[in-house]
Write a protein that binds this ligand. Structure first.
Ligand code: ADP
Ligand code: MG
Length: 248
């Protein structure tokens, strides 16, 4: 236990919550799929960043997370690797799963951020069977998005506005009841841009917290308290992770 504390304090990781998994110092210790691990190493990432050290094992264990870490600290990998891993393990259990509906949903506040996340997801999933994503953002033709949804995808990446629009007008194409893991990226920006209600509506249209996994990622923010209060409604038995010195 002291060793775990030493690792956390050496990397400015603080945690709150019940039974928080140990941080990992190497990607190799995460029991990842071989191909996923080699794709990760191909990025040139030899070792996890502090947020990845703690958020990866927690998210891989299926836990709900509220994570605060500075910009450019590597948050994207810390939710994409667990999401792809969950998809792979379901595919191993049930075979060709992409016809049964998407398993993962990632919401980002802007088109650009959603697009960047999808690019990383594609690189990580390169060569993995049954891994398809759909980008649900404004400014792109809805018919193309509907076509991809109909072909079957595992991971949806979108902005709240377009997801709501699809829920309102294309309910048959966008079914969210199969979503097992939902990620909200850049929560602070999401709130600043006024997406609170749209986000709450999307989260409330999924299976209940406790059945699904819910992970919130934010840059460190002044409005941490109110943000966390809003997020807590959508999580169960969550783990809070903070990277950096706590505000005093
Ligand atoms: P954040 O979402 O926290 O702002 P990103 O996930 O966008 O950060 O990552 C920031 C940069 O760090 C990206 O260029 C990414 O490729 C790089 N990066 C992520 N993880 C690692 C790692 N383990 N080792 C080295 N670079 C990394
Ligand atoms: Mg980010």
């Amino acid at each position: 236990p002291n060793q775990v504390e030493a690792i956390r304090s050496a990397h400015d990781i603080s945690v709150q919550g019940q039974h928080v998994p140990k941080p990992v110092l190497k990607f190799e210790n995460c029991l990842l799929d071989d191909k996923l691990l080699s794709n990760l190493l191909e990025f040139g990432f030899s070792r996890p960043t502090p947020i990845q050290m703690q958020a990866l094992p927690a998210a891989l264990a299926g836990r709900d997370i509220f994570a605060l870490a500075p910009t450019s600290s590597g948050k994207t990998i810390s939710f994409l690797v667990p999401m792809i891993t969950h998809c792979l393990s379901l595919a191993k259990m049930y075979g060709d799963i992409y016809r049964s509906g998407p398993l993962g949903l990632i919401l980002a506040p802007t088109r650009e951020l959603a697009t960047q996340i999808e690019e990383v997801a594609k690189k990580l999933a390169k060569g993995l069977p049954h891994m398809r994503s759909a980008l649900l953002i404004g400014g792109m033709p809805i018919p193309n998005q509907l076509y991809r949804l109909k072909r079957g995808v595992q991971i949806l990446i979108g902005t709240p506005g377009r997801v709501i629009e699809l829920l309102n007008h294309h309910k048959d194409a966008l079914k969210l009841d199969t979503i097992k893991m939902v990620v909200l990226d850049e929560v602070d920006m999401m709130f600043k841009l006024g997406f609170n209600e749209q986000v709450a509506r999307i989260l409330n249209s999924l299976v209940d917290p406790g059945i699904r996994q819910t992970c919130f990622y934010s840059a460190t923010s002044e409005s941490e308290k109110s943000m966390q209060k809003a997020c807590n409604k959508h999580m169960r038995d969550s783990i809070k992770i903070r990277i950096g010195k706590s505000p005093s």
